[in-house]
Design a protein around this ligand. Structure first.
Ligand code: SF4
Length: 424
């Protein structure tokens, strides 16, 4: 069968899609990037209402294009649909939640059922090659979350924190390295909670660091309550760690942080990132901010904006608060209107662009190490710098694939991308 995937949401979903693709390919199916497939698997997200809407729109589009194609929804939105039996998506043939690794059997059983119904001869799958080794990949080390932020549906859908055994992680890292993978992202829903057999996150980082052919290590987001001075000390010793951490602040207002049940004060957050910058000068720190949390007054929002500016983030991911049924915040009084949320998000966007420009401007004229792996055109390659900023590099002399030193010569109009030339 030809299978295609759509993945929404966090890096854990990306990792799980990667693993699912491997399962299908190992069993002789063909994973295709285009929409010309027998079945589509949508690995969904439910962190906001708009994430759910994107999935619904995609399903309608896919079904319109090819009515007979099998559509499967897995992941967090699938989990919500399963729990709420009244919710029904007529175009979905298979619905699984986060028990998504059963999807291989489900799809094949469904296809067999259809073939029997239509009396068609079954089409034999030809074994295909495993995917070409990629220079970068994900390794999931943890799942779930023990925190209970009042706005967040994730622990209700993924459960409490569970950490993978260190030996299993080591084996996966070694296998990926042996297949040519040079960049590893260690991912989980809340990787700061990693604890297993006496190992914590810094031990796992050391483990990845010790594998010689791995050149770079990335981390998925770290919650501020888990970043203590011991972590900072240990992180700073890992040379292969990219110079970037994503640490969600969620709000710069002390009162709103309390309402969100985030268990830290803004000043604690600022102290933590200041310590990180002392140990790792120039590191990129990005964050998530929710605007329009229930009860967020104009005064709270102004305080939040002032404090966000103080953090000098290299990028800010802005989310309008999205009411998630079953969370404490959904029951709070003083829900903010959509109009207010939109205008606050727009104001914060201004800060985002300024702070992003300020950070990226520092690299003009500098030599940055970058991994170049994606050809955009014949003479232009896209890559990512050590500080996790996308970079476009012109190259007239053919293939560029690997790690290079790039002289940064410009910043794109939206401040999103650096441009440069390879110097060595
Ligand atoms: S730390 Fe809070 S926001 Fe993050 S996954 Fe856990 S409960 Fe959700």
């Amino acid at each position: 069968m030809k299978i295609s995937f759509y993945t929404f949401g966090c890096l854990v979903n990306s990792y799980e899609t990667q693993k699912l693709k491997e399962i299908f390919i190992k069993h002789g199916d063909e994973v295709v990037e285009n929409i010309d497939s027998d079945a589509v698997i949508i690995n969904s997200c439910a962190v906001t209402g708009s994430a759910e809407k994107h999935v619904q729109e995609l399903i309608t589009r896919l079904k319109k294009k090819n009515f007979s194609r099998i559509i499967a929804v897995i992941g967090c939105y699938g989990e919500i649909l399963k729990k709420n039996e009244k919710t029904f998506l007529p175009d979905v043939d298979i619905l699984l939640g986060n028990d998504k690794f059963g999807i291989y059997e489900k799809i094949h059983a469904y296809a067999r059922g259809r073939r029997q119904e239509s009396g068609r001869a079954s089409r034999l799958s030809q074994p295909t090659e495993l995917p070409h080794s990629s220079l970068s990949g994900f390794v999931q080390i943890q799942n779930g979350c023990d925190n209970r932020c009042s706005f967040c549906i994730v622990p209700h859908l993924r459960g409490n924190s569970v950490s993978r055994p260190p030996q299993e992680i080591r084996k996966e890292l070694q296998d990926m390295a042996a297949q040519g993978c040079r960049e590893i992202a260690l991912v989980g829903l809340n990787i700061g909670l990693y604890r297993k057999d006496g190992y914590d996150l810094s031990n796992i980082l050391q483990m990845a660091d010790e594998i010689q052919s791995i050149e770079r290590i990335r981390l998925s987001s770290l919650e501020p309550m888990d970043v203590n001075s011991n972590f900072v000390e240990e992180f700073s010793k890992i040379e292969k760690l990219v110079s970037h951490l994503h640490i969600p602040l969620q709000s710069g207002s002390e009162r709103i942080l309390k309402q969100m049940n985030r268990n830290y004060r803004f000043e604690d957050y600022l102290y933590t990132i200041t310590k990180i910058r002392d140990k790792m000068p120039g590191i990129a720190i990005t964050t998530d901010i929710i605007v329009g949390f229930p009860g967020e007054t104009e005064k709270d929002f102004q305080e939040s904006m002032r404090n966000i500016i103080r953090c000098e983030f290299s990028d800010i991911h802005i989310f309008k608060y999205s009411m998630r049924k079953g969370t404490p915040a959904a029951l709070m009084d003083n829900q903010i209107t959509e109009h207010q949320k939109t205008s606050r998000a727009a104001l914060l966007k201004g800060i985002k662009w300024q702070t992003k420009y300020n950070y990226n401007y520092n690299f003009l004229g500098q030599i940055e190490e970058a991994s170049l792996f994606k050809p955009i055109e014949e003479t232009c390659w896209e890559g990512i710098t050590k500080h996790n900023i996308p970079v476009l590099v012109q190259n007239e002399n053919g293939c560029l694939n690997g790690k290079f030193n790039v002289k940064i010569t410009g910043i794109s109009a939206g401040h999103e991308v650096l441009t440069g030339e390879v110097v060595s």
